[in-house]
Design a protein around this ligand. Sequence first.
Ligand SMILES: [Zn+2]
Ligand SMILES: [Zn+2]
Length: 319
Amino acid sequence: MLNMKKKLIAAVMLSMMTVLSPMAGSAQAAEGSSLQAAQTQEQLLPFRSAKIDHNITRIKDMTGDMIYLVEGKDKAALIDTGIGVGSLKTYVEKLTNKPLVVILTHGHVDHASGTAEFAEVYMSGKDKELFKEHTAFASRTGYIGGTNPQWAATVNTSDYRAEDNADRFKDLKAGMTFDLGGVHLDIYDVPGHTQGMKAVLLRENRALITGDGANMFTFLFGKETLGLSSYEKSLRKLQQETAGKYDKVYCSHGSGDLTVDYLARLIEDCQQIKAGKDDKVPFEFMGQKANIAYEIGPDHNRLDGGIGNIVYAPERVNE
Ligand SMILES: [Zn+2]
Ligand SMILES: [Zn+2]
């Protein structure tokens, strides 16, 4: 049990490190320090937000994980719920009074931990077990502690939203459409980062939310992930299904904005890895070996100037 717990925390730390890497450096430090200053002044207000389109608000939680609020004429959708510290519901009710539906892109700790406050939640059934493990208090405290130990010390137990039971969730499946009133959200599969990973196309906004499914530092390492070849197939399928339907790509970490050709770039990365032409930067964790595809500098950007990186298990490249 202890070993399992240790492993889980370690996995969380690894996940966090990889996903946060693109924001490392001065920008992240600046963001962190301003967040801490805000905390000192206003007690616990662990959300910040900015409008990125007339009906889309990007909300960041205390660890920088991104949540998207999308509004139609009749309803609003919350895509992901962050780390589950502080009341996201209260925060969102200040932004909209429309009835809310929650759509989880996947079951990881930094996306799915704030569901307990919401009545209607959709998530892929394939991520149920992962959800249970990842949204437990121990995972959340481990994740926050790893992100910012000083901040973690200011969080009280009462600030954590309750643990939730995924059995009450509705199954999120590819092909589903959420009609918010003049605004349609179309659901697509993109398994790889997790088995149940979904992408959301905001049809009228012509924007694709890839979550962690296609990220700046896509994490493809751990028991919940697919092998690299299967991931490449997922990307190709998503690319084909959504071709011509979007002009913007939003993800869940870093700046949150990806290039419009990002799926193609990641597919190219997969091909380079399969051909053995990537940098294969060794990465060892808990006795398991992984590779970072492209060498990064101190600012965590790719040394070759390219955009996009994958951390993958070398023994699972052909899987
Ligand atoms: Zn994730
Ligand atoms: Zn994430």
